[in-house]
Each structure stands twice: as structure tokens, then as C-alpha cells.
Write a protein that binds this ligand. Sequence first.
Ligand SMILES: Nc1ncnc2c1ncn2[C@@H]1O[C@H](COP(=O)(O)OP(=O)(O)OP(=O)(O)O)[C@@H](O)[C@H]1O
Length: 326
Amino acid sequence: MIRFDQVTKQYARTARPALNAVDLEILRGEFVFLVGASGSGKSSFLRLILREERPNRGQIHVLGQDLQSLPSRKVPYFRRNLGVVFQDFRLLPNKTVAENVAFTLQVIGKSRGFIQEAVPDVLQMVGLGNKSERLPHELSGGEQQRVAIARAIVNKPQLLLADEPTGNLDPATSQGIMNLLERINANGTTVVMATHAADLVDQMQRRVVELSAGDIVRDERGGGYQTQAVPIQAPADAEPVARRRDLRETGAVTIPSTPVTAATDLPSAPESLRTGQQPASAPAATERPASAAQPASAAQPGDDDRDPRGFDKPIRSTRFDKGDRA
Ligand SMILES: Nc1ncnc2c1ncn2[C@@H]1O[C@H](COP(=O)(O)OP(=O)(O)OP(=O)(O)O)[C@@H](O)[C@H]1O
């Protein structure tokens, strides 16, 4: 699904690489958290997957495609297989919820009939079936993020990238978004999420890849957020989760990575998302007013000319609370 081989990314006029000879493989169906301090390289990793940036050294394969040999003219087609969600939602402010989602399909040439079926289906899935005619500013922050997620998944991408998707949301609303991402993953979409939300990572107990100054310092299945200090030899499974976390909080030990290689351990990819079948469970109704959230005005009038999913904006998003949350 995603493979990085000895990937180094160093931006111009910087003293050290943002990513330093990174080797990483992410398999189909995984849910992977990218964690690490501000500036550790998480967004750079996502931008490389999107082919927004190119590495200085190493090879990147995404969905079987060698990104180095991918001609620029084919990049938009490649990206149709990827969904992207950002911290600041990036909705088109002058379009309704339904139009925001439909626009993604229009620009890739989907038929009117397809769009008329797909948009209500996906809005239902994210719990916004009854708000399709609202404008983004008439929604809470959590609802706006649900629209952004609907837009990201409406074309049934194999891979969903999320860069701090809960960074502007309160804890209860963040939980609702996580439930939604978990459901999308259960429906077969691989999810890679960069985050500083320690509580969510701890609670989900999914694969955690930790970056520090461009190096992968931890790759742990069923991991928590806490950064590691000194490796020890005990197997990760030897301690119950709560005990492991206690130990980490004392700073006394570090839990070694559990190898993440066995494809057979991964959830299979059910057909439901691909067939448009509705999931059994409804999303949690925990949305709060948008007061804490940044307005969805990161996208400006006239944005209709741009990639509706925000690819032509830098993936880096507003960072007023980054670092504080770690
Ligand atoms: N366009 C750029 N030009 C120069 N340096 C950059 C650029 N983008 C990122 N960097 C640098 O690369 C390093 C990694 O940045 P990156 O945004 O990938 O980190 P991050 O882990 O996503 O941080 P955050 O959690 O704050 O979003 C940092 O030192 C950053 O200053």
C-alpha cells in the first residue's frame, strides 16, 4: 500500500533533513497514527505520499505506483485514489454541504446520476444526511470536519490521509470524528493519521509510528502516544496496556516496537464502502458548536478553480495549538 525505502527529504535552505533515510511499510487495511513532536516530519511524510513533495533520496511506492517515475501529468489521476483531511477542513464557503461533496466528483468527470446517488449516501454515512443544504458556516466544527471527510471518501479512496483532523475540535467532537475514521477503516480504507491527540491514540491502540527529528524511533502495533526514551528487551505483549502506559509515564522504561509485518493480522477489506452499502452503526452525536473551531474560511471564494480537496494548498495547516497538545 505504502512503502518508503531509505527516503530522505531535506527542504532547501535547511540544516537537517525533515525525514532521514526512512524505511516504512504500511499495509492495506491498516490504521496508522503518525506521532512526534512538532517539526518531527509527520506532515512531510504525508506530503511525500501525496507527491506534493519529492524526496531527495530513496524510493516511495504508493498503491503499487513508484512515485519517482510518475509523470506530473498523471499525478491528479494518482490522487483520485487518495482521500485527504486537514485540520482546518478546507471547505468551499460559498457551496452547500452537498455541493462541497459533489464538486469533488464533478471535477473528476463523474456523471450526474452517479453524483446524485453518491452524495446523499456519503452524507448519510457521516451523519449529515439532514444538513446537506447548509453552508459550512452554518455547521459546528465537528460537522464541518464530517463534510471534509465525506468529501475525502466519496470517491471511495483506498487510502485516507489525515493531518491533525481533530486539531481544531473539542474532545467530545474529536471522539466522534475518530469513531467515523475507525468506521471508514473497518470498511476497508487504509488510514494514516498524523496527530498530537495523545488521548485518542492511547484509546485506539492501533499501530503507532513515532518520528523524532526525521527518524522513526518507534513502530509499535497497539501502541500509545507516549514517546519513548530507552529501549528495553521485554516483549510488548508481556504487560497489560495500562501497566505499559504507567511505566512510560514514569519515564522508567520504553516499550520495544512490536513488528508490524503480518498481512494476515490485518483486517480484511469488506466491500461495503466500495459498494456504497450503509454501515450498521450511526456516528456518535457528540458535535459541539463551532465556537472552538477555526472557521472553514481557509478556502476562499474563487477556490472553485482549485482542487476541491485542497491538494494545491500546502498540507501544513493552522498550528495554533500544535505542540501544546503533546
Ligand atoms: N516547505 C518547507 N520548507 C522548509 N522547511 C520545511 C518546510 N516544510 C517543513 N519544513 C521543516 O521540516 C521539518 C519537518 O516539518 P513537518 O511539517 O514535516 O513536521 P511535523 O511533524 O508535521 O510538525 P507539526 O506537528 O508541527 O505539523 C521541520 O523542521 C520544518 O521546519
